[in-house]
Ligand binder design. Structure first.
Ligand code: 5GP
Length: 215
């Protein structure tokens, strides 16, 4: 199988720094676009309050994760804030087989790996309105210490710089506008010419077959 061959569906990657609002945007996008399915990642971090195994993540041990990496089960994997995260290839393929397009919510390291493996990936980066606003949002969560917030802000700057290489940049100043942008991208992406659409050939063939006129 060539690196770009797969069972048909599209692959969307959405990344953005912690505090960019990407998780809420993705939840709203999935509600409005039924052809899209979110891949549930493996992680070695412990579940947070309210997180359900198999729904938010598959929570696995480091040994299990390392074994998976050795067996090549991951389409991409990365270490984020000292924990491992990975997207299993078989889960993505299973969703493609049911006719759905697949969405990955992953970090920038993972996004780069996916883009290298599947050149037809649509990579979308969610931008915060400003770094000041990002800091405000992170502090507003009230869940992290000053140290952690400083670390996350430094990480955010590095991630935003990688965003330069993404296909689409979606600023999340106003939630509804950002969601409208995301919907537009997800709807338009399968219509790109490089997807090898048969539309033009179908149209021309139909005319050739049905018409008695000689052009
Ligand atoms: P959290 O632990 O807060 O849920 O996620 C931390 C970061 O890991 C987020 O940027 C999230 O997008 C990223 N992440 C979640 N799952 C994956 C994955 O499967 N692969 C990669 N590379 N990053 C992931």
């Amino acid at each position: 199988m060539s690196s770009d061959a797969h069972s048909g569906g599209e692959l969307f990657v959405i990344a953005g720094p912690s505090g960019s609002g990407k998780t809420s945007l993705i939840a709203a996008l999935l509600e409005r676009h039924s052809g899209l399915a979110l891949s549930v990642s493996d992680t070695t971090r412990p579940p947070r309050a309210g997180e359900i195994d198999g729904e938010h993540y598959h929570f696995i041990s480091e040994d299990e994760f390392r074994a998976g990496v050795a067996e090549g089960v991951y389409l991409e994997h990365a270490s984020v804030f000292g924990r491992f995260y990975g997207t299993r290839r078989d889960r993505v393929e299973a969703m493609w087989k049911t006719g759905r397009d697949v969405l990955l919510e992953i970090d920038v390291q993972g996004a780069e790996q996916v883009r290298r493996a599947h050149r037809q990936t649509c990579a979308i980066f969610i931008l915060p309105p400003s770094l000041e606003e990002l800091e405000k949002r992170l502090r507003g969560r009230g869940s992290d210490s000053d140290d952690v917030i400083t670390r996350r802000l430094g990480e955010a700057r590095r991630e935003i710089a990688v965003g330069r290489r993404f296909d689409w940049l979606v600023p999340n100043d106003r939630f509804d506008d950002a969601l409208a942008d995301l919907l537009a991208v997800v709807r338009a992406w399968p219509r790109r010419n490089s997807a090898g659409q048969p539309l033009i050939e179908e149209l021309l063939d139909a005319r050739g077959n049905n018409s008695t006129m000689k052009d």
